[in-house]
Design a protein around this ligand. Structure first.
Ligand code: HEC
Length: 107
């Protein structure tokens, strides 16, 4: 199990050669649609948007400009169970699209 985890992490690291390269994997428009349907209840998903719950989730535009937030960190976060955020079971394409969308807000 531990070996599998190490192999997975190694894979993630070698797959992502940096922001710009990984951004191209996903489709930010599809990611935005997904964010509107799945993430928007808890997260501010765009500068003009307000979430419907008050759960104190980080705003996507804020995440996008944080230097510690990269395609890799988002991928790891989205593929790991969390206490305060439900496990969303995104498939690989959805994960790529969401990452592309979040990082596209960095401008
Ligand atoms: C039920 C509410 C809820 C939903 C729905 C939700 N989140 Fe979250 N999310 C949270 C909360 C609360 C946190 C902060 C807790 C934490 O960081 O563990 C969070 C944190 C995050 C982070 C923080 C990562 C970081 O490095 O700080 C990311 C990225 C994220 N969510 C992405 C998403 C995406 C993408 C979706 C939709 C596909 C989504 N979330 C849907 C509640 C939610």
């Amino acid at each position: 199990m531990r070996l599998l985890l190490v192999a997975m992490i190694f894979n993630l690291i070698t797959m992502s050669t940096g922001r710009s390269a990984e951004e191209l994997l996903g489709d930010p428009d599809a990611g935005r649609q997904l964010a509107e349907t799945v993430c928007a209840t808890c997260h501010v998903i765009a500068p003009s948007h307000m979430p419907t719950t008050d759960i104190d989730a980080p705003a996507f535009p804020d995440l996008a400009i944080e230097p510690r937030v990269t395609a890799l960190s988002l991928r790891v976060f989205l593929q790991t169970p969390h206490e305060r955020m439900p496990d969303l079971h995104l498939d690989p394409d959805e994960t790529d699209n969401i990452i592309a969308y979040i990082l596209s807000l960095d401008q």
